[in-house]
Design a protein around this ligand. Structure first.
Ligand code: PLP
Length: 403
């Protein structure tokens, strides 16, 4: 397929031939033969869970992001919950976060009985605006949860300074940002705790899974206990020491990641640099193709930042188009381009409106961005033809709807 459409091609939505025969999803895992073999080996071993692969994955992950400790969890949501617990969040406390995220970031505050307080985002990156966050700090604030939206790290230095001044814990939700860098530091080594998700659309997958990285040993210990019912030792430690005695010292959960999943994680970690590199390459091709396309605003990248590109979210300049975002979205889907929208701002979900009195207009920058956003397919397994198809389809549609 050519990436340069002829003027006003007939769109698939109007009966034209779609750019692709089959749907290109917005995200997809890549699983290699080595990954499969790594999992099979564990299935043949003595330990399907709480075995040696867990520590091996955690050590390899910690070293890859430059943190002292990494503690694995059964999902990114469980990792967030554990971090909220380890930060000491409790009823009566408040924690500040971004509305431009998946609900799990704010939900983990609720799991601890604390109150989620949203603050608006920066117009360029759609990451938590440190000044807006500062304006929402009260005597009850205990934590702040910036989100590295789309894989572009949040403005961490001012957020960490604010946290230091007010004695807050920073839990960075880096579900999108494994492999990203902020001012020559790797994401995962900067905040008090950083959480990751290993859902299949992410840079590394374990099916479901998550991780918290941190430096203080006491936080790592609390996180380990929280994921294991609050018990002071795990089954393998007891087996190797020949003891039956254990104590439950806090109220935890079963949030353990299995050895099966950890073996997959170790094997996938070997591909991380290549995967992030491929995502960066695709993002650069999109930006080169769309930067001068009237009607499309490409994502911004701040100086000193190397995003990991979980998402490539364009914003439509609707003043220059005859279509709404919904029409452009439908037209792209008809071309078999699996576009998506990230995110409906969390405060607009009925649960948050009803229980916390949030309403439309509370966070104008996030809400305005939401009205214009479309996430294009981006995953490391995309081949060159996939990339060309996306560029062709976006160009075709924008050209068709140009004013
Ligand atoms: C920003 C963000 N936070 C948290 C999560 C939750 O991660 P998980 O699906 O692994 O529970 C996701 C998952 O998509 C996410 O994108």
């Amino acid at each position: 397929m050519s990436a340069t459409p002829t003027s006003r091609e007939l769109l698939a939505i109007n009966g034209g031939t779609p750019v692709r025969k089959t749907l290109l999803p917005y995200g997809r895992q890549s699983v290699s033969e080595d990954d499969i073999q790594a999992v099979v080996q564990v299935l043949r071993s003595d330990w399907l869970t709480t075995g040696p692969k867990v520590g091996e994955f955690e050590e390899a992950f910690a070293s890859s992001v430059g943190a002292k400790y990494a503690v694995s969890f059964s999902s990114g949501t469980a990792a967030l919950h554990a971090a909220a617990f380890a930060a000491g969040l409790k009823p009566g406390d408040e924690a500040i976060t971004s509305p431009m995220t998946f609900a799990a970031t704010a939900n983990c505050i609720l799991y601890q009985g604390a109150r989620p307080v949203f603050a608006d985002v920066c117009r360029d990156t759609l990451n938590l605006d440190p000044e807006q966050a500062l304006a929402r700090v009260t005597a009850h604030t205990r934590a702040i949860l910036p989100v590295d939206y789309s894989g572009h790290p949040a403005d961490l230095d001012p957020i960490l300074r604010l946290a230091e001044d007010r004695g807050l814990t920073v839990i960075e939700d880096a579900s999108h940002a494994l492999g990203a860098e902020y001012k020559e530091r790797r994401v995962g080594s900067i905040s008090h705790m950083t959480t990751f998700s290993f859902h299949p659309v992410k840079h590394l997958t374990t099916g479901e899974g998550g991780m918290v990285t941190t430096n203080p040993p006491e936080l790592a210990e609390t996180l380990r206990r929280f994921r294991n019912h609050g018990i002071s030792s795990d089954a393998r430690q007891r087996q190797s020491s020949g003891q039956w005695f254990y104590e439950m010292v806090l109220l935890g959960f079963n949030y353990r990641l299995t050895d099966i999943a950890c073996a997959l994680g170790i094997s996938q970690l070997n591909q991380l640099d290549a995967n992030v590199g491929r995502r960066r390459q695709i993002a650069a091709e999109y930006t080169a193709a769309f930067r001068t396309l009237p009607g499309v605003i490409v994502p911004s990248v701040r100086e000193g930042v190397h995003p990991a590109w979980h998402l490539y979210a364009i914003r439509l300049d609707l003043a220059r188009l005859t279509a709404s975002r919904a029409e452009a979205f439908r037209a792209l889907r008809a071309e078999n381009i699996g576009v998506n929208v990230h995110y409906i701002p969390v405060h607009l979900h009925p649960y948050y409106r009803v229980n916390f009195d949030y309403k439309g207009g509370d966070f104008p920058v996030a809400e305005d961005a939401y009205e214009h956003l479309i996430s294009l397919p981006l995953f490391h397994g995309m081949n060159d033809e996939d990339v060309t198809d996306v560029i062709h389809a976006v160009t075709r549609i924008v050209d068709h709807f140009a004013k």
